[in-house]
Design a protein around this ligand. Structure first.
Ligand SMILES: N[C@@H](CCC(=O)N[C@@H](CS)C(=O)NCC(=O)O)C(=O)O
Length: 190
């Protein structure tokens, strides 16, 4: 059976980016549909009537909403490239830190590992992509350094490894697009 995979997202959203990274790591082809969040389409409202938010993944007509739920769905449906560890306790820890990262970022969970997922990118790395993505862009635009190699060397090293990954690189908007967006936001805030 041919799989039909549609992702409703928005280009600045780190939440839809999480899903794109997950799909790319698994090698699953998908159709990306950019949603106008100022004028939400009938399909988004139909597929996510509770939150009316992107991302929504629609697999063979069946919608799944909420980025963390979608990542787990992807991981359970396609076995290649596991996003969550196999061991139940390690899985619980990955879920704990992923949830924690949704609110705060910290170096403790990383310790001396290359990625939160160990040697490979896993759930927590995917969830943490918004740190890399936005902190680095904004700090460049406002010319202040929040995530510096000196102060946060563990996180900094991780962010370098993460953005350096070909699959991650391919799923991020261009630097130019990010910079233009950050600058316009900054101007609006002034
Ligand atoms: N908890 C959600 C958050 C998703 C979210 O905040 N999406 C935003 C875009 S970044 C959205 O759709 N906003 C539209 C709205 O709030 O009306 C997830 O992890 O998927």
């Amino acid at each position: 059976m041919t799989e039909e995979m549609k992702l409703f997202g928005f280009w600045t959203s780190p939440f839809s980016r999480r899903v794109e990274v997950g799909l790319r790591l698994k090698g699953i082809p998908y159709e990306y549909i950019e949603e106008d969040l100022t004028n939400k389409g009938p399909l988004l409202l139909k597929y996510n009537p509770v939150y009316k938010k992107i991302p929504v993944l629609v697999h063979n007509g069946k919608p799944v909403a909420e980025s963390l739920v979608i990542l787990e769905y992807i991981d359970e449906t396609w076995k290649g490239y596991p996003i969550l560890p196999e061991d139940p306790h390690e899985r619980a820890m990955a879920r704990f830190w992923a949830k924690f990262l949704d609110e705060k970022a910290l170096e403790g969970a990383l310790k001396d590992k290359k990625f939160f997922g160990g040697e490979k990118i896993g759930l927590v790395d995917i969830v943490g992509n918004n740190i890399v993505f936005w902190v680095r862009a904004f700090q460049e635009v406002v010319r202040i350094e929040l995530l510096t190699a000196e102060e946060f060397h563990v996180l900094f090293k991780w962010s370098e490894e993460f953005v350096g990954c070909p699959i991650i690189k391919g799923s991020l908007p261009s630097r130019e697009k990010i910079m233009t967006f950050c600058k316009s936001r900054l101007e609006r805030a002034k």
